[in-house]
Design a protein around this ligand. Structure first.
Ligand SMILES: Cc1cc2nc3c(=O)[nH]c(=O)nc-3n(C[C@H](O)[C@H](O)[C@H](O)COP(=O)(O)OP(=O)(O)OC[C@H]3O[C@@H](n4cnc5c(N)ncnc54)[C@H](O)[C@@H]3O)c2cc1C
Length: 405
């Protein structure tokens, strides 16, 4: 059992502590027997979505009016769920997270009809969701999106391709961002809900990953989408994408935190049981230094993740800076923690299928998707510089000049 003292932090309410216990118990029972070496990730993901729905855990990914547990999405609950699921089985975390990310834009910006049509089915596990923003030429650089959506009669016609789309191939619907051209760059994008069966949408390619989950390239060829499937207003696509990512970025940090906690658990078990040089590995001071750094990184990551989640739940309109800090720090720290855990295991750590070997592969993509670490650094720097400029602009002249010297 990993450290649970963080649940006493003031970020949480009694319902969060109860939820953490509930998911811990459920994951121990339901995921203990999961086959991590599965070759059929599609079937595994569908099964996991069904199990998460049966356990009512997917109720955390949609608002209460549409079958959810909380009036608005509760980011602390999402983070606690992801952290715990990731500690047990990364694919379970993936299945949970994608139901949230894939439907998040509908929860935040959908019309009443759109919400009613999709969100209850997401919470019940009847519809699998996906979020299709990236393209081969537009990953970090969202302004370069080339997939087009031309107005045509009662709707839009989509042409282009989306790359690296999680749940691609098993999703029942995709939230797709395409260029409608109201203005250049990010101001000319719109968001659409596209059902997987829509004519003109096809899975062009399935992609295998170092830590498997369903991933595909989508191709749109004269794909007609009715206007009722437009999310928000034309030209709002970038804002919709960023607001959705803001909300889910701390949860990526939470998943990394879950991986890191599992790595520390594995490292502690090994370091206290492995005998060498006449005693347990844990008595060697350089191993202790590693364990200390791991424990420290985990607490620091948890503080940033739950600070960001709490800020959103407490009513912040946007948590751009907090979310970027949480994602950047927690994912980078988890990579280091897992590497140290693997090192403590020696040769055993690189045996295929060993938990630390699995974690080593599973954590890597988190530093890339939903904004690579460097993109998070850019976001934090911009926010910090803007706050500084704002402070200087508001300060009386003398004070601003004084500070500058
Ligand atoms: C496992 C996985 C799942 C994914 N799932 C989805 C999904 O469901 N939906 C979706 O839309 N996309 C998804 N993606 C795509 C992901 O969001 C992109 O891979 C990511 O945004 C980076 O884009 P890119 O791969 O094109 O890298 P590029 O944009 O080419 O960037 C390459 C590298 O350049 C560096 N870099 C980028 N910007 C800067 C900068 N400003 N300053 C300095 N360095 C920089 C970073 O190190 C970055 O890793 C997924 C990716 C992976 C790996």
């Amino acid at each position: 059992m990993p450290d649970r003292t963080y649940l006493a932090w003031p970020f949480f309410e009694a319902r969060h502590r109860a939820l953490a216990e509930e998911i811990e118990r459920w994951a121990g029972d339901a995921l203990g027997d999961l086959d991590h070496n599965t070759t059929d990730v599609d079937a595994s993901c569908r099964r996991l979505v069904a199990r998460l729905a049966e356990a009512h855990l997917l109720r955390h990914v949609v608002p209460a009016a549409y079958g959810g547990r909380h009036e608005h999405l509760d980011v602390r609950s999402l983070c606690l769920a992801r952290e715990t699921l990731a500690r047990f089985a990364s694919l379970a975390d993936f299945a949970f997270a994608m139901q949230g990310l894939g439907s998040g834009a509908i929860s935040l910006f959908g019309t009443e009809e759109q919400r009613r049509a999709y969100l209850p089915a997401v919470a019940e596990g009847h519809r699998v969701a996906a979020f299709a923003l990236s393209e081969l030429g537009a990953g970090s650089d969202v302004a370069a999106i080339a997939t087009s959506a031309e107005p045509d009669g009662a709707g839009f016609v989509l042409n282009g391709a989306k790359s690296w789309i999680s749940n691609g191939g098993i999703a029942d619907f995709y939230v797709v961002f395409a260029r409608t051209g109201e203005a250049p760059g990010t101001k000319g994008l719109s968001a659409f809900i596209v059902d997987a069966q829509t004519r003109g949408l096809e899975i062009a390619e399935r992609i295998e990953l170092i830590a498997p989950h369903p991933l595909a390239t989508l191709r749109f060829e004269n794909c007609r989408v009715p206007r009722a499937q437009l999310l928000g207003e034309p030209g709002q696509g970038f804002r919709i994408a960023m607001a959705t990512l803001d909300l889910f970025r701390p949860t990526v940090g939470a998943a990394a935190l879950g991986f890191a906690r599992r790595a520390l658990e594995e490292a502690l078990a090994r370091a206290t049981s492995r005998q060498l040089f006449g005693g347990p590995l844990a008595e060697l001071q350089m191993v202790q230094a590693k364990l200390a750094e791991m424990a420290l990184a985990i607490d620091a990551a948890a503080l940033l993740v739950y600070r960001a989640a709490w800020a959103k739940d407490a009513g912040a309109a946007r948590i751009t800076r907090e979310a970027a800090m949480a994602k950047l720090y927690a994912t980078e720290a988890a990579q280091r923690v897992i590497d140290d855990a693997l090192q403590i295991h020696g040769a055993l750590g690189v045996v295929a299928g060993h938990p630390v070997e699995r974690l080593y592969r599973e954590v890597r993509a988190l530093r890339i998707y939903e904004g690579a670490s460097e993109v998070q650094q850019v976001v934090i720097a911009r926010q910090t510089l803007a706050a500084h400029a704002n402070e200087r602009a508001q300060a009386p002249n003398g004070e601003a000049a004084g500070r500058a010297t």
